[in-house]
Design a protein around this ligand. Structure first.
Ligand code: ANZ
Ligand code: ZN
Length: 817
């Protein structure tokens, strides 16, 4: 049994804390490196294997960087507002504030037991007044700069969470949190104008060192679409409407137009005869989610409005239909339908017996079945016949533009970010409504608008704060008359959209952060967290950074230069861990048994970092054995040094061999760990132990050399097994605390060239013998060495040597007669 256990963990954690080993010095001359892990949500009271997989290996990377000479900043905090704490409160009656702070205290303890070098003095807790005060300030700054506004809009409503959701929080038509199907509700809500930044958010993605998939997801979410708006006049009326199309070239093929049921024009143009049918249809449409509405396979539904529109290119009349496959929130909420060339229009036309007019054929004139959605050349399009799709898109819009009936237009799928929530556990929106003065932002000096403690938070669709008289009733900051507070709270994603800016200056009570301090540390050099935030947190944070930059608070464009998503650790059954399946792994139990370093090393060795995989008890046991083997090998070596017997001063074959492994290990570990490929890095360190064990069995050892090798090895191991290595370092004679103040070892390329090689000797092409020669020899020297070898002399005895062929590093072929 080895000595390494949690007592060693504790010993060094205390020493690190006492000596403030990891304290960040903002004035250091070393190059800064901001390493950030996504902060955790204190919803449960336990760190789970997923947290560990995020924080443990990244801490190892940060330690490596520290040893490589960087001034590493690695803060930690808690994303502490939000629904889970509130739902927990509703279930148990324990107040969210009480449960949250209790969970935080426990998680801090666990995080400390991990032995990571977090800069705890920079901790941020988003539900603390000294933090949410500045979240409210951020809201006010956005408001002042016309980037926060309030409007009535159909919003996503989760009937179970009893609150609105941002578009990003709706996944396949269901609530991202609880899976309940999301419905629509017309409500007055607060929005952030993220769409102002759509173009920059898209363009700057290309300059980021981010996973390709995440970049693609954000691009898709922003959804830039280049097309045109075309104006259709309503027949016998002053009304007109625009459609957004990416296929202006198909304008001659329009056989009807479709309005979204929610389009305000519907009521205005529906004829008396069609009124009832249209009303019924609108009611039905409310029950469908956007996803269902857009599904290609779903049977199309619709209703005729009774009205007609005029196709602006040829003056032809086309019927105006209402159909829910057109979304109110995209483009103009109206489309020109070209059934011959669009799949959904085709299905709709077939169902309602509407004309299907071909206007595009393939470039080679081949016959095709409809709908034909590809590009080609125009037919049945008067003066535009023969033009390619691309040419016609330009020419047709040019012609319409002369009459003011068309223009090029870029559209985005991205919508403004809905930030108000009808829930309790969040930062109150700092706004006051006054009968005389209207919407009045709370003056900065009155921040924070405190979240009251005694509130009835059982959800009933209204904001819990609205039921709290002391909170609601206030006086207007402008005129002093009685006024009412906004009772919605901010989406928790607002809290997490700027936390990385607060870490460097977390105690500032005058400002959200000091510009100079933040500019010195940001952008974040390495950000690591789960992939589930690709279109939410990561997009919101980029937006807020850009908005603050434009307000003059920051000097950089992008918050996170380099991003990695760690994989998922699954239960032993290969399924996602969950309490109900009973397949969760409790890190604390394993740590008690094996120590934090064994747990950490297993996570790094047992899984590809971005792949993750299924937990295995055998896996952690074998890592435990490996740590014991290292310990034994190091003990043996150290004892030999301490005894000082059988020492020698020469560097012979055995030393060269061990030296080769030493530098080979340094090289591979440095290379692999750099790119967070921890599993192979640890595999190399395992190999090294074999070489070390072999050397310590030599009759004579060069003890000075051995001490040197051990120093390097313990330094290599330190980031991966911090407590264990600190202990080993302290046991090695003459070393001073701490190994983490040591330099990362460098490898010597020369040591990697083995100076002796074994080569084969062939007689007439058949391998007969092997000899060991010095690797620096020339062909002539190799030839001479081979021919002088006793065995070779014997093999060629009595024969005539016709030719000797030397293939460097590999073989010598002797042709004899
Ligand atoms: C006529 C047309 C003909 C279209 C054709 C396509 C093919 P993206 O690329 O996603 O931007 N569209 C426009 N607004 C819509 C809405 N609110 N709801 C549903 N569909 C809408 O798609 C743009 C195309 O989607 C537009 O181009 C329009 O149909 C449809 F052969 O216009 B197209
Ligand atoms: Zn007023």
């Amino acid at each position: 049994m080895g000595n390494y256990n949690t007592t060693i963990d504790k010993k060094w954690q205390d020493k690190w804390a006492e000596t403030e080993l990891y304290k960040f010095d903002p004035n250091s001359d070393k190059e800064k490196l901001y390493v950030l892990e996504m902060f955790s949500y204190p919803s449960g009271s336990q760190l789970h294997a997923g947290h560990w997989f995020n924080y443990g290996p990244v801490d190892s990377w940060a330690r490596l960087k520290r040893m490589q000479g960087y001034n590493v900043f690695q803060p930690m905090g808690f994303d502490a507002f939000g629904l889970p704490a509130e739902n927990f409160a509703i279930k148990t009656g324990i107040h969210p504030k009480d449960s949250t702070f209790k969970n935080i205290a426990n998680m801090e303890k666990q995080l400390k037991a991990m032995g990571a070098m977090f800069n705890w003095e920079n901790e941020v807790i988003t539900c603390s007044e000294d933090y949410y005060k500045w979240t409210q300030w951020l809201f006010l700054e956005l408001y002042k700069n016309n980037l926060a506004y309030r409007k009535k809009a159909p919003v996503n409503w989760c009937p179970s969470c009893q609150t609105v959701l941002a578009n990003e929080q709706v996944v396949d038509g269901a609530c991202e949190r609880c899976g309940t199907e999301v419905t629509k509700k017309d409500l007055t809500q607060w929005f952030f104008k993220i769409t102002n930044y759509a173009d920059e958010l898209l363009e700057k993605l290309d300059g980021l060192d981010w996973p390709e998939k995440t970049v693609a997801m954000q691009k898709n979410w922003i959804g830039k679409s280049t097309g045109a708006e075309v104006t259709f006049k309503v027949k016998d009326s002053d009304l007109s409407f625009n459609v957004f199309t990416t296929r202006a070239d198909t304008l001659y093929g329009v056989s009807y137009v479709v309005l979204a049921p929610e389009n305000p024009l519907v009521d205005k143009l529906t004829t008396a005869e069609q009124k009832e049918a249209v009303e019924n249809y609108k009611e039905e449409a409310k029950k469908q989610s956007d996803i269902e509405r857009q599904s290609i396979s779903r049977e199309k539904t619709g209703v005729f409005s009774g009205a007609y529109a005029i196709n602006p290119i040829n003056g032809k009349e086309v019927p105006i239909w209402i159909g829910d496959y057109v979304l109110a929130t995209y483009g103009t909420g109206a489309v020109m339908a070209v059934p011959a060339h669009d799949e959904r229009d085709f299905a709709f036309a077939e169902k309602f017996n509407l004309p299907i007019n071909r206007v595009i054929e393939p470039m080679n004139g081949e016959e095709v079945t409809l709908p034909f959605g590809e590009h080609g050349k125009l037919i049945n399009s008067e003066e535009f016949n023969g033009l390619t799709t691309a040419e016609a898109k330009v020419k047709i819009i040019e012609k319409l533009a002369e009459k003011n009936l068309g223009a090029q237009k870029v559209n985005y799928r991205l919508r403004d970010w809905l930030v108000s929530r009808q829930r309790y556990w969040g930062a109150p929106i700092p706004v006051i409504y006054c009968d005389d003065c209207g919407t009045v932002p709370v003056p900065e000096k009155d921040l924070p608008v405190q979240l009251p403690y005694n509130v009835e938070f059982t959800p009933d669709g209204k904001s819990p704060l609205a039921k709290c008289e002391e909170f609601v009733n206030t006086t207007c900051p402008c005129c002093g008359k009685p006024a009412k507070r906004e009772t919605d709270t901010l989406d928790t994603f607002v809290c997490s959209s700027w936390y990385y800016l607060r870490y460097p200056d977390n105690k500032n009570s005058e400002k959200a952060f000091d510009k100079e301090k933040v500019d010195r540390l940001l952008p974040v050099d390495k950000y690591v967290g789960g992939p589930e935030h690709a279109c939410m947190h990561l997009l919101y944070a980029r937006f807020i950074t850009k908005a603050l930059r434009d307000m003059g608070y920051l000097n950089f464009d992008e918050p996170f230069k380099s991003l990695t998503h760690q994989g998922l650790i699954l239960g032993p059954d290969g399924l996602k861990m969950s309490k109900s399946k009973g397949n969760t792994i409790s890190p604390d139990d394993y740590i008690k048994e094996y120590g934090a370093d064994v747990f950490r090393m297993y996570l790094m060795f047992g899984f590809g970092y971005v792949e993750g995989g299924a937990w295995s008890d055998d896996g952690i046991k074998s890592v435990h054995k490996f740590v014991e083997r290292i310990e034994r090998a190091l003990d043996t070596a150290r004892e030999a040094i301490a005894k000082g017997e059988n020492n020698k001063t020469t560097i012979d074959k055995a030393e060269k061999e061990l030296n080769f492994w030493r530098h080979n290990t340094i090289k591979s570990v440095t290379k692999d760990a750099e790119i967070l490929q921890f599993n192979t890095a640890i595999a190399r360190m395992m190999e090294f132990v074999n070489a070390l064990t072999k050397y310590t069995k030599e009759a004579q050892m060069n003890l000075e050399f051995l001490k040197d090798v051990l120093d390097d090895y313990v330094r290599l191991l330190a980031p991966f097994a911090p407590h264990f290595s600190e202990e080993q370092w302290s046991l090695l004679l003459g070393n001073t605390y701490s190994v983490f103040n040591e330099e990362w070892p460098k490898y010597d390329e020369k040591a990697l060239v083995k100076d002796e090689v074994e080569i084969a000797i062939q007689i007439n092409g058949k391998v007969k013998h092997k000899i060991v020669i010095s690797s620096g020899l020339s062909d002539e020297e190799i030839k001479a060495t081979a021919l002088e070898d006793e065995k070779v002399k014997e093999l060629t005895k009595g024969k005539t040597i016709v030719k000797v062929i030397v293939i460097k590093g590999r073989l010598v072929n002797i042709v004899v007669k």
